[in-house]
Write a protein that binds this ligand. Structure first.
Ligand code: PDD
Length: 286
């Protein structure tokens, strides 16, 4: 099916949406993005994603004056035009088209390039992977040091996923100075003696919108939380492990670098948090 996508103020078939070869996103990876999940035809965590988008734009000084309400209208229109029930909306803003390759930012007033499109993922909330749990490998974290900004510079994340695939595993965890930073496209957690352990927020990791909600829900459910870095050895000796992201919610992890975590089956904390997160997200979706 040909999607209807959004490009710089217009809705059009995906086959007609084209961007300049000089676009800063294409030439320099000079762009930020968000992925907002859609469940039951509605947006989950919309305001969280828009707040992080505004922060990414501000940190990189990319001008964009689209308001929260305008973003909402665009997201909703794409859902409607594409009949999206379950999946997500990808949003990308680049610094625009400079008319040539140049390291310097374009002159003030250069409009950003704004692209949004839907990604249909039927069965997202009932993914059988969540019943089995996934397996991860670890790789050194070779990314830049502003991981709190959600840029499209995803080559290393992509390489990490391919390295995992080559080993017959599902995903990769990044390790820096002996500690896990995050997953290739998610935030990660271990559980030991009932306590949820996850790295604290800093420029070392993306400030996950799902992370923020899941920790709040865990707290409300009287679960103990400790925000600190952990090692691969600690994860391998943990009772359970899981990750969070907008596109997979809470996903149990059952193996780290070839070692089974806990019983080697999804743990009860991850399962419970997944249930709570999906049901709360459905309730608050807009
Ligand atoms: N990835 N860390 C990284 C490096 C990520 O790329 C993501 C999200 C997260 C989780 O953030 P959130 O809970 O806000 O989705 C953490 C998205 C889903 C992606 O790139 O497709």
């Amino acid at each position: 099916m040909t999607r209807t996508v959004y490009l710089n103020g217009d809705y059009m078939p995906e086959t007609e949406a084209t961007v300049s070869i000089f676009d800063r996103g294409f030439v320099m990876g000079d762009a930020v993005y968000e992925v907002t999940c859609v469940l039951d035809g509605r947006l989950t965590e919309f305001d969280g994603h828009m707040a992080r988008l505004a922060r990414s734009l501000k940190e990189l000084e990319i001008p964009c004056d689209i308001s929260r309400d305008e973003w909402l209208e665009i997201h909703r229109k794409l859902i409607e035009l594409n009949g999206l029930q379950e999946g997500g909306i990808y949003l990308q803003i680049s610094r625009g088209d400079v008319g040539d390759r140049d390291f310097h930012y374009p002159p003030a007033g250069t409009p950003p390039t704004v692209v949004l499109y839907t990604q249909s993922r039927p069965g997202l909330s009932t993914d059988p992977k969540a019943d089995e749990g996934i397996k991860v490998i670890s790789v050194p974290d070779l990314r830049w040091h502003r991981r709190d900004i959600k840029t499209v510079q995803l080559l290393y994340a992509s390489m990490a996923k391919m390295a995992a695939e080559k080993e017959g595993k599902d995903d990769a965890w990044f390790v820096e100075d002996g500690f896990v930073t995050e997953g290739s496209s998610n935030n990660c957690y271990i559980v030991k003696n009932g306590k949820i352990i996850t790295r604290q927020l800093s420029n070392d990791i993306l400030h996950g919108i799902t992370r923020s909600s899941v920790l709040k829900m865990a707290q409300e459910a009287q679960m103990e939380i400790e925000e600190r870095p952990f090692t691969i050895a600690e994860a391998q000796a943990a009772d359970e492990a899981f990750f969070t992201s907008a596109s997979a919610f809470v996903m149990p992890i059952v193996e780290v670098d070839g070692v089974a975590v806990g019983s080697g089956k999804p743990g009860s904390v991850a399962k419970r948090l997944r249930e709570i997160y999906i049901s709360e997200s459905l309730k608050s979706a807009i």
